[in-house]
Design a protein around this ligand. Sequence first.
Ligand SMILES: [Mg+2]
Length: 384
Amino acid sequence: MKITTIETIPIRLPTRRVHQWASLTTPIGVYVIVKLHTDEGWVGLGEAPVLKDWGGDHGKYFGETPQIAVHIINDILAPALKDQDPRRFETIHAAMDKAVKGYPYCKAAIDAALYDVAGKALNVPAYQLLGGCFRERVSIAHSLGLMEIDKAVDEAIQAKTEGVKTIKLKCGVDQKRDVELVKQIRKAIGPDLNICVDANQGYPTAKAAVKITKAMEEYDLLYMEQPVEGIDQMAEVARRVDTPIMADESAWTPQDVLEIISKRAADIVSIYTTKPGGMFKAKKIAAIAEAAGLPCNVNGSVETGVGNAANIHLAASTGVVTLGCVVPVSSPKEKAKKGIAGIYYQDDIIAEPFAFDNGDIIVSSKPGLGIELDEDKLKHYSLL
Ligand SMILES: [Mg+2]
């Protein structure tokens, strides 16, 4: 089997509500969908959930835009991969890394399409190519963007009634508000649900992050995610608080995670399919974290159903991913479940909704990524 052409389609999905975090400067929902065609007629789907303001610590990795992703994939990656066998994952990754340095989100889109194509051709789900199904359900964390406290409380209560077990709170802009938010959310949802906080590097110093994390500790935090920018700063926070610290913006590559481990800069690693450049490489990060005894979750960039299918196959096949995952319950509007748990968009480009039960996404066992595109929706939301 050979790769023939790779299509790129930038799209915009309508959001359910504003979903804001500390470093975000453009609304979520604009992403690049990839269709990877083969000479045997199989078509693989992938997604580059590019964001211009999403990057590693201190400019180590940097933002991508839909226009950049289209250029990199169409003009550099597609020519480099033409006529290659899409089932040779490591070979293709080596070819991509040789063709262009960086641009992991573009490479992750191709990577997802490879697993989709290979899975369809072999008639197995993508997780079968990633080590097999370790869990049939992936517990989600429902993420509350920066918003007024009373609105956040209402949404947290509703998410709880819909079965969600972990509430994630975006913080990092207003320190007093953040502590009050955690207090009010704990009061509203009771002692049994998990609360985690994601500051998106928003606290100005390690000392400030220590103070605020300690102030939140009486409300029982599952973890504090990326309170500050930089692995050394993270290490200082991790040393001085009892709450587990999760690395997200600091943890993109296997080398980042090795540094985090050697400096004891985090207790938990947030794995993406995208930050390392695809599921193939994300599995290597998971292995490193597991060897160091660090549990993980799978986070993302509030992807469409295409990217989220990849997130679910990664979470389903990776034992060390034991924490609730921020993966949307992607659903086309005509067939969407009632409610808001895991719902960030009014619609999606996939034909069937993710199955959702009592706070968990049920892992699909269909071949490849297990999704089908609604071509009319793709046209409708296309930015071309
Ligand atoms: Mg995060």
